[in-house]
Ligand binder design. Structure first.
Ligand code: RB5
Length: 147
């Protein structure tokens, strides 16, 4: 199950991604927004990030104008590794090396077809593990050290 959410800057792209998920039988849980009205992106980032951190959803996708605010908010939740991606290389390597569990996209930055390619890479690229696991563990050690 993929958690997905957006603010008003990502509303149209979120609908495109959900349509793509439906066409491809990819189950998703939509955390809103349901109508395009101005909202504060942390109010959407938080429940999406919690659902991924709790294991209710295996990965998440958050979309705002740039993807940046969503990533900042989502990364405050323990266990979350949210990555803003604007290119194929980053979308691939944030899975291979960072084991990113949330992809953040900019609805005002990316074209729809391009964004769908990044979604595909994010969903279908495995984590490499090995030396990268140690580095990911160190990310989460910061959460414990910085209480
Ligand atoms: C909303 O205008 C905009 O600030 C938001 O969508 C996002 O880009 C923030 O990072």
């Amino acid at each position: 199950m993929i958690a997905i959410g957006c603010d008003h800057g990502g509303f149209e792209l979120k609908n495109k991604i959900i349509a793509y998920f439906k066409e491809n039988n990819i189950p998703c849980k939509d955390f809103g927004i349901a109508v395009c009205e101005s909202v504060d992106y942390p109010d959407i980032a938080y429940p999406v990030a919690k659902s991924v951190a709790a294991g209710e959803c295996e990965k998440g996708i958050l979309i705002c104008g740039t993807g940046i605010g969503m990533s900042m908010a989502a990364n405050k939740v323990k266990g979350i590794r949210a990555a803003v991606c604007t290119d194929h290389f980053s979308a691939r390597y944030t899975r291979l090396h960072n084991d990113a569990n949330i992809l953040c996209l900019g609805g005002r930055v990316l074209g729809d077809a391009f964004a769908l390619e990044l979604v595909d890479l994010f969903l279908n690229t495995p984590f490499e593990g090995g030396r990268h696991q140690n580095r990911v563990d160190k990310i989460h050690a910061i959460e414990k050290a910085d209480r």
